[in-house]
Write a protein of this length. Structure first.
Length: 326
């Protein structure tokens, strides 16, 4: 199938063509990268019309259950939902579990849904290197809600918040029992905090809601700019489906408010610029490491750094000077 035909098939909602397009984007072959770039250029004018949701939370918080319950509910309302579920890759073997389709079985077989598990492959922050590209392709295929699920550890929250319109952090009911569990950096990224599994202990969930709401006020959380009637901290039970309608109402209210204020457009523009520089930095590192002079000097320089005979700052400048000479 030609690139033009593949692009047309993606726009027509062909799930097989969509899967093949994302596989092409994830390929490390140079010729595939050229084809992927051409395909992206064809599809870009047809992207950008979805609501992009980032979902994160610690393991066991119920991210997959929440996403499946939300996705099925949105589909019943007439939406098309794509889920880009980022799986952690082993730093030893490079393998990943890729089990999200198993955890979201009902959603995965729905014709109005598309789930793509993707290994991190060592990408910074636990977010697959080509997740942004896959997001655009899903939008071009007509999915009007695209959910990016993160590993929920390390810098993955920062990376996903930097590619979505709203970032949702899931917490467990006992989060209110220990203020040390509330990480300021992660909380400040969140546009919404959701206490999931409230059915297990409603009293604990209520305490968590109050504690986190108070912490957000202290942090000067940006969600304070939301309408007074909309709380930035909700509690629900994804397993029982309780609270999902309220959650989606709040999401729509936040999106509407930000569109009308211009914040929505400004955020996407900033994300595109950030994406550009991320790629430039990654490619520059590749070019730097492949430079003949740098490669020749690197073993001796690293030995000096390892033995504490040269500081990393001095060593880095020496390597950069070598790179700059040619």
């Amino acid at each position: 199938m030609s690139l033009t035909s593949n692009a047309a098939a993606v726009q027509g909602g062909d799930r097989r063509a969509l899967a093949k397009a994302i596989t092409l984007l994830e390929s490390t072959r140079a010729d595939h990268r050229e084809q992927a770039d051409a395909l992206l250029d064809m599809l870009l004018p047809h992207s950008g019309r979805s609501l992009r949701l980032g979902i994160s939370g610690v393991p066991g918080v119920g991210k997959s259950t929440f996403i499946e319950a939300l996705g099925l509910r949105l589909i019943r309302q007439g939406h098309k939902v794509a889920v880009l579920a980022v799986d952690p890759s082993s730093s030893v073997s490079g393998g990943s579990i890729l089990g999200d389709k198993t955890r979201m079985e009902r959603l995965s077989i729905n014709a109005a849904a598309f789930i793509r598990p993707s290994p991190t492959s060592g990408a910074l922050g636990g977010v697959a290197e080509h997740t942004r590209e896959a997001l655009l392709v899903c939008e071009a295929a007509g999915f009007d809600v695209v959910i990016v699920e993160t590993v929920g550890v390390g810098q993955s929250e920062t990376a996903v918040a930097g590619m979505t319109d709203l970032f949702v952090l899931l917490q467990l009911p006992n989060a209110g029992d220990d203020l040390q569990a509330i990480k300021r950096g992660v909380m400040e990224l969140a546009d919404l905090v959701v206490i999931n599994k409230a059915d297990l202990d409603d009293a604990a969930a209520t305490r968590a809601q109050a504690t986190i709401s108070g912490a957000l006020r202290i942090f000067g959380h940006r969600g304070a700019a939301a309408p007074a009637a909309v709380s930035p901290v909700l509690k629900l039970s994804a397993l029982q489906g309780a609270g999902l309608d309220e959650f989606w109402t709040v999401v729509q209210a936040l999106a509407t408010q930000r569109r009308s204020s211009g914040a929505f457009t400004a955020r996407r523009q900033a994300q595109r610029r950030s994406w550009l520089w991320d790629i430039v930095h990654a490619r520059m590192r590749d070019v730097f490491e492949q430079h003949a002079g740098v490669r020749a000097a690197l073993p001796a320089v690293l030995a000096q750094v390892d033995a504490a005979r040269t500081s990393p700052t001095v060593a880095a400048r020496a390597l950069l000077n070598l790179f700059a000479k040619n």
